[in-house]
Design a protein. Structure first.
Length: 291
């Protein structure tokens, strides 16, 4: 059977690799056995082997489409601001890191597209730029990005509904599994998500303040109808165990609770000022972590 002209062929495949319909490939919605959807070849002149090669190569586009759609919903929600507020800073950082990875993949596709368009004058040998051999070359070139985006799809699928310490713990568990390169990818995302929690911890451990607008921190603050020194110490603050990240034990959390309460007590009940002047000069947790 005749193959599509090379110029049309490689231009067409770039669209499905971005999760979009092309001339010869149309995206089909997920099915029970293909949960990320699939691309169906609409050109009846192609052989079953050629169709299978195209479908397999474009699977990365299905994964990209799935991850990208969820990222857009999280990072660029409709006008209703409450949707974004419910996500929390930790989850926003998580999705921002995922989007950074998708942007890297798009840059990779741009390079592939450019090399194919200029193949006649490139260092690619002739057999790599004719007909379906170029699909095989694309498939090989995208093997590592495929593994990374498959990893991102798993992360999004299992972590999209989590926030705070629960999200950080889930990311840590993912970082302990599988390929070292993918573990490094997850660790990078984990580090960025953790930075948000460290900022809240820094405020608590240096100044005894809970600055947690999205209710992610494992130490919670209550409003008391009548606040005195006794009720402040026993009722104002407490640890919420289900929000603890993997790197903080229950014992450590209780110690942090006492530290923050003591600082708050000194400032608001004992009117201490010199201590907090000195604490404000100490590097915050985020800066210490970078060092």
């Amino acid at each position: 059977p005749p193959e599509p002209p090379n110029s049309l062929f490689y231009q067409d495949i770039i669209y499905p690799l971005n999760g979009l319909d092309g001339r010869f490939l149309e995206f089909q919605q997920p099915t029970p056995d293909k949960k990320y959807g699939y691309f169906q070849v609409t050109n009846s002149a192609l052989t079953s082997q050629q169709k299978e090669l195209l479908t397999r190569t474009c699977h990365i586009g299905c994964l990209y489409r799935y991850v990208s759609n969820i990222c857009k919903e999280a990072l660029f929600p409709p006008a209703d601001a409450m949707i974004l507020q419910n996500k929390g800073l930790t989850q926003q950082s998580f999705f921002s890191s995922i989007q950074d990875e998708l942007d890297q993949y798009n840059r990779k596709l741009s390079i592939i597209d450019f090399r194919l368009r200029t193949s006649n004058s490139s260092d690619l040998s002739p057999e790599l730029v004719t007909g379906f051999v170029s699909v095989r070359w694309i498939s090989i070139t995208l093997q590592e990005p495929l593994n990374r985006i498959r990893c991102l799809a798993n992360l999004v699928e299992h972590c999209a509904g989590l926030t705070g310490g629960a999200l950080i713990t889930a990311l840590y568990n993912f970082s302990q599994l599988g390929d070292p390169i993918l573990a490094d990818l997850v660790t990078t995302i984990l580090r960025k998500a953790t930075s948000q929690l460290l900022r809240v911890m820094d405020e608590w451990l240096r100044f005894g303040r809970v600055q947690d607008p999205f209710n992610e921190f494992f130490i919670i603050e209550r409003s008391l109808p009548k606040e005195d020194a006794d009720s402040f110490w026993s009722l104002k603050y407490s640890v919420k165990p289900e929000r603890l990240p993997f790197f903080i034990s229950s014992h450590a959390a209780e110690n942090m609770l006492r530290i923050g309460k003591s600082l708050n007590f000194l400032k608001n009940w004992c009117k201490e000022t010199e201590l907090f002047s000195q604490l404000s000069k100490i590097s915050n947790l985020g800066e210490i972590l970078k060092e």
